[in-house]
Design a protein around this ligand. Structure first.
Ligand SMILES: [Mg+2]
Length: 325
């Protein structure tokens, strides 16, 4: 694969960035090369320092196809100021909630619940969760609030009216359960999460088994590749139907009130969020990747969950200021 590395001395204008993306895509994609200069420490809590940032571009496979992605730490999201016509879409684990050893050991603070509710009211209800978890699981986490929510990477979606839209699971998923259960049974530290319409093999407790588990899951899913695919997230292999992804979930929300006509903003931390980034980019919205990634389509970044919460915490006052002008 061809490699390209470029050096910039100041922030490039959007048109220039788009041009580079096209050039990179045309050239077949490039690999990331991390440098001292582009470490997260370069712009803690502020704008990029802009000193000799080195970056490259890559082609990235998403469930909706291959898209070009920018292979650098994107601009800090702190440069983004919310507007009343924005629609906010949030991944959950690793984005607004810290990752834990198991999905069940995660919890949401009352402060976070109140913040989401406040932002939702300032944006006329245009705030939605877009997660790999099931909707009922998310409802339990964020109780008593019930935001519009896409679960299972878009396989199920509750719109702003409370109507749940579900994409049926293919039979292939039933056939995969027994061998995946057997795989999970090979170690007490490997967990099979049965989400009904999707399956997830977690190995956060056994990171040394990552390669072995990924290979085995890919091998088991291969005969069903017409219906199913594997998404490799952080310490998890998600096995899900091709029929939906986070990009399609956001797209569906954006056809409905109160999201319709707004500028979408999507914040996520994982490869499973890349479809969402690509879609909001298409609409001229704002994509924010949380943490350091080797390759992402997101145009903005924040270092971690705490910085996401801190960024969002400023939104109510900023939105109020705009409204009272
Ligand atoms: Mg996540």
């Amino acid at each position: 694969m061809t490699h390209l590395l470029a050096t910039r001395h100041s922030r490039a204008p959007a048109s220039s960035t788009q041009q580079r993306n096209r050039q990179a895509a045309n050239a077949g994609g490039f690999r990331h090369q991390r440098t001292q200069e582009n470490s997260a420490a370069c712009w803690p809590g502020g704008l990029p320092c802009g000193k000799h940032l080195r970056y490259s571009y890559a082609s990235m496979s998403t469930s909706s196809g291959t898209t070009s992605s920018r292979n650098m730490l994107p601009d800090s999201a702190h440069a983004l100021r919310p507007a009343p016509d924005w629609a906010l879409f949030l991944d959950v684990d690793g984005t607004i909630l810290h990752l834990r050893d198991t999905p069940d050991s995660v919890s949401a603070s009352k402060a976070l619940l109140d913040l989401l509710e406040t932002i939702s009211s300032r944006l006329d209800g245009a705030v939605a969760l877009v997660s790999g978890r099931r909707i009922d699981n998310l409802d339990a986490l964020f109780s008593p609030h019930r935001l519009p929510t896409a679960g299972l990477h878009g396989l199920e979606r509750r719109d702003a009216n409370g109507t749940v839209h579900t994409i049926p699971a293919p039979e292939a998923l039933d056939e995969l359960r027994p061998p995946l259960l057997k795989l999970a049974g090979s170690s007490t530290k490997v967990i099979l999460e049965d989400k009904g319409h999707a399956l997830a093999v977690h190995y956060r407790l056994a990171p040394h088994m990552a390669g072995e588990i990924k290979d085995r899951v890919e091998e088991l899913v291969r005969p069903y590749s017409a219906d199913l695919h594997v998404m490799h997230g952080k310490m998890v292999c998600e096995i899900k139907p091709w029929r939906a992804d986070k990009g399609s979930a956001i797209r569906d929300f954006m056809t409905e009130v109160p999201f319709k006509g707004r500028i979408p903003v999507f914040v996520g931390d994982d490869t499973t969020d890349e479809d969402g980034f690509a879609y909001v980019n298409e609409l001229g919205g704002h994509s924010v990747r949380v943490g350091v990634s080797e390759s992402t389509a997101a145009r903005h970044s924040l270092p971690g969950v705490d910085e996401v919460i801190s960024w969002l915490a400023d939104w109510p006052a900023l939105l109020d200021r705009i409204r009272t002008r």
